[in-house]
Ligand binder design. Structure first.
Ligand code: FAD
Ligand code: SF4
Ligand code: SF4
Length: 477
């Protein structure tokens, strides 16, 4: 072991420098700066090189964390990158947006008496350095195969699968209904968490690898869309990685008023502006408005923080439970509070006020009751607890469900679960339709980028085996 390790007893934990809230509010740039080379090495050296690394066990990709931390502590960054990219298709993205407090860092053994090793920030530093030094090279296939795979969806699951399949020599075609690559990485997650250049940089590597993108090409039965059956005929295998996009809606009086918008429409418009697209002035823009965001998850946090940056007059987040019971990451809530978001805890919308456009939200004060069967505290309305919050823009951020793919694609043979997610064999990733595989949120339901990458990589390995087995059985006939 390097003499530099185990320094957690003397070196305190440090995250990369965070920009001041006043400065962050003015732009969509990331809020954390990069570690300096010395900081990265010193922070990596805090690792105690556990024999059984709980950090790796709790990383969905099983990253070999202690090894790349030791190499980073020694300044051997090219080798650190080589180890890091062996298990993770996009380490620089995970290092930025994984909820590390629930995954690797939350399970670091030194967390109990000292603060955990800053794994995510070091992972990001290693790959950003690799890009700067030209060490990130497309993995080119050793042999070109004739087989082709059609991947539906250019989000992290589809991209991770495409990268692996191409490395194995298959001809890989990725179809997306959007005009840009990245899925929620490009149009969902705001730049202050993940700058858009980071995603575009990856797209370039995939293109250099020979992955072919067909953008603005939706799969479906609508005008201009490619029929699912036609796509199946075109490719030896198909991977469905379409994510989940059906927004959960709010009912109640006034819920159809103007100015009440869906979170993803709002975030997509903001991300498009950041990417230089020109949208009609004022459309889905919070500038000068009293904004109310409904929901308590990470999407809600992204909306409130986007509204602050657009120059909203006020931004309030209404959540029906309290701070301790909200699903959003603690780190993101803290960032939002620092930036000036006001949280209205224990409040649920009852109706929306206004004639044609919303002017306010009538909200019901809630209180926490006894835990239900799942152990989560139930909620009930406080008697006489109605109050009004002024709003001229309301953003609904209540989560997402899968779109009804069998119906949209006229493919009744595609079996879904009772939640609408695609059913797959847990080992082979194959759906109920032979030669059609699925991965990412469309199988798991709304989840995390790191899980989408894991599923995409695993599904690619299974597709590769499936194509090889089919070719040998055809050759034997
Ligand atoms: P997606 O990223 O959704 O990609 C699916 C792609 O399929 C899209 O490009 C879509 O256009 C395309 N598609 C869909 N239907 C069709 C069709 N019929 N034809 C052609 N193309 C189609 N996770 C984290 O780990 N950290 C975070 O900080 C985080 N923040 C988030 C913030 C927001 C606002 C949201 C909504 C999610 C966030 N997530 C975060 C979750 C994460 O983004 C998803 O779990 C992940 O992107 C899922 O990857 P995917 O490839 O399965 O789907
Ligand atoms: Fe941690 Fe995510 Fe990196 Fe795994 S991929 S080590 S969970 S930041
Ligand atoms: Fe290092 Fe923490 Fe992982 Fe142990 S659990 S190997 S100390 S990062």
């Amino acid at each position: 072991m390097s003499a530099k390790m185990l320094s957690f007893v003397s070196v305190p934990q440090a995250q990369p420098p965070k920009r001041l809230a006043d400065d962050r509010r003015k732009d969509f740039d990331e809020i954390y700066n990069e570690f300096s080379p010395e900081q990265a090495a010193t922070q990596a050296s805090r690792c105690s090189q556990c024999g059984v690394p709980f950090c790796s066990i709790h990383c969905p990709l099983g990253n070999n964390i202690p090894d790349w931390l030791m190499l980073a502590a020694d300044g051997r960054l090219e080798e650190a990158y080589s180890v890091s990219q062996a298990t993770n298709s996009f380490p620089e993205i995970c290092g930025r947006i994984c909820p590390q407090d629930r995954l690797c860092e939350g399970n670091c053994v030194i967390e109990k008496d000292f603060d955990s090793v800053t794994i995510g920030a070091v992972e990001r530093y290693i790959t950003d350095t690799a890009f700067e030094n030209g060490w990130v090279k497309p993995v080119l296939p050793v042999v070109e195969l004739e087989s082709s795979v059609g991947v539906i969806g250019a989000g992290p699951a589809g991209l991770a699968a495409a990268e692996r399949l191409r490395a194995s020599g298959h001809q890989v075609h990725v179809y997306d209904r959007h005009d840009r690559v990245g899925g929620l990485l490009i149009y969902g997650i705001p730049g202050f968490k993940l700058e858009k250049d980071i995603v575009l940089r990856r797209q370039k590597v995939l293109e250099e690898q020979g992955v072919i993108f067909h953008l603005g090409k939706g799969i479906g039965a609508g005008e201009g869309e490619i029929a699912f059956e036609d796509l199946r005929k075109k490719h030896d295998a198909v991977l469905v990685a379409t994510g989940v996009y059906k927004s959960r809606e709010i009912g109640g009086p006034g819920s159809g008023l103007g100015g009440i918008v869906r979170a993803l429409d709002y975030l997509t418009a903001s991300n498009r502006r950041s990417l230089g697209d020109v949208l009609p002035e004022g459309e889905l823009d919070a500038a000068g408005k009293d904004v109310v965001v409904i929901g308590g998850g990470d999407t809600a946090m992204d909306c409130v923080r986007t509204a602050i940056r657009q120059g909203a007059k006020s931004v309030k987040c209404l959540y029906r439970r309290d701070k301790a019971n909200m699903p959003g990451s603690v780190r993101e809530v803290k960032n939002a509070e620092e930036e000036g978001v006001e949280f209205v805890w224990l409040a649920a919308p009852e109706s929306f006020l206004g004639d044609t456009t919303v002017t306010g939200v009538r909200a019901q004060k809630m209180r926490l009751g006894l835990p239900d069967g799942s152990g989560r505290q139930s909620i009930e309305a406080e008697p006489e607890g109605l109050f009004t919050v002024q709003a001229d823009m309301v953003i609904k951020a209540l989560g997402f469900d899968p779109e009804p793919l069998p119906e949209m694609w006229k493919a009744d043979e595609l079996k879904t679960s009772r939640w609408g997610t695609l059913q797959v064999d847990r080992v082979s990733f194959e759906t109920s339709v032979p030669g059609v595989f699925a991965a990412g949120d469309i199988v798991r339901g709304a989840s995390l980028v790191v899980w989408a990458i894991r599923d995409g990589r695993d599904a690619a390995a299974q597709i590769d085996q499936w194509i090889a087995a089919r070719s040998s059985s055809l050759a034997a006939e």
